[in-house]
Design a protein around this ligand. Structure first.
Ligand code: HEC
Length: 224
């Protein structure tokens, strides 16, 4: 009988300990969930990207990456560079600005602004010595001066490369090569004096010829 009582006592003690420890676990769980709520709020707080004509200036004042330039309107250039230099592709952070030529810009807007374009807003600028004028801005319906739709051309690079075409990211190649885009960057009128390199004059000459052929073709199509 004594042994039996001892056994019951021991069992009770074990049960009480188990109960207390499970209580403390659930208390910890509550405490943890209470703690995580404010952290989530901080993480989802959206910083507003203010964009006006002052947001854009000399392309060469931005940070060069391979053959294009990047910046971040919220000051987080390190995260933008990390995305641009990620060999596996990455989602660019809010505020990122990407430019290949002085007149065409992509700006990464606040998360959730326009899911179809991955929150990229497309801009077509008019640039001269006194600065930039926003000619067109928007998401899926902006066209460049050759009547090409920015979104349609960039969408094949959506999945892995966050709409950044470069070469080999799935976009159809454009006939404007890096000799031409480099020459346009070195002669951005917003930067003051051009800083031409060998071959720039010929690259710009070829580009102008291509544009005039394109315009002639459009005039011909419109006529018939
Ligand atoms: C005909 C297709 C086409 C159209 C239209 C077009 N793009 Fe692009 N864009 C490209 C391709 C292809 C590249 C990559 C070129 C390269 O580096 O060889 C590119 C490059 C860029 C880049 C540099 C980053 C990258 O994706 O490589 C930016 C920024 C850009 N385009 C913005 C625009 C904007 C803004 C518009 C509209 C105003 C526009 N593009 C219209 C095809 C297009």
């Amino acid at each position: 009988m004594k042994i039996f009582l001892k056994l019951v006592n021991n069992l009770m003690a074990i049960m009480i300990i188990t109960c207390i420890s499970s209580l403390s676990v659930s208390a910890e769980t509550v405490a943890a969930s209470e703690q995580t709520t404010p952290t989530i709020n901080v993480a989802t707080e959206t910083k507003v990207v203010e964009i006006n004509e002052e947001s854009f200036s000399c392309i060469r004042d931005m940070t060069p990456v391979r053959h294009f330039y990047v910046d971040n309107l919220l000051g987080d250039i390190d995260s933008t560079l990390a995305a641009a230099n990620n060999p596996k592709g990455a989602i660019y952070p809010t505020g990122s600005v990407v430019q290949l030529v002085p007149t065409e810009v992509m700006v990464k807007r606040e998360s959730g602004t326009f899911p179809a374009t991955g929150d990229w807003e497309f801009f077509e600028l008019i640039v001269n010595e006194s600065g930039s004028k926003i000619n067109k801005r928007g998401f899926v319906d902006v066209t460049n001066r050759f009547d090409g739709n920015c979104f349609t051309c960039h969408v094949p690079a959506k999945e892995k490369w966050d709409f950044i075409c470069e070469s080999g990211h799935g976009c159809e190649p454009i006939p404007i090569d890096h000799a031409m885009t480099g020459a346009l960057q070195r002669s951005d009128p917003r930067c003051g004096e051009a800083v031409p390199e060998d071959g720039d004059w010929m690259a710009l000459f070829k580009l102008k010829a291509m544009i005039s052929i394109g315009l002639t073709k459009k005039w011909f199509e419109d006529l018939f």
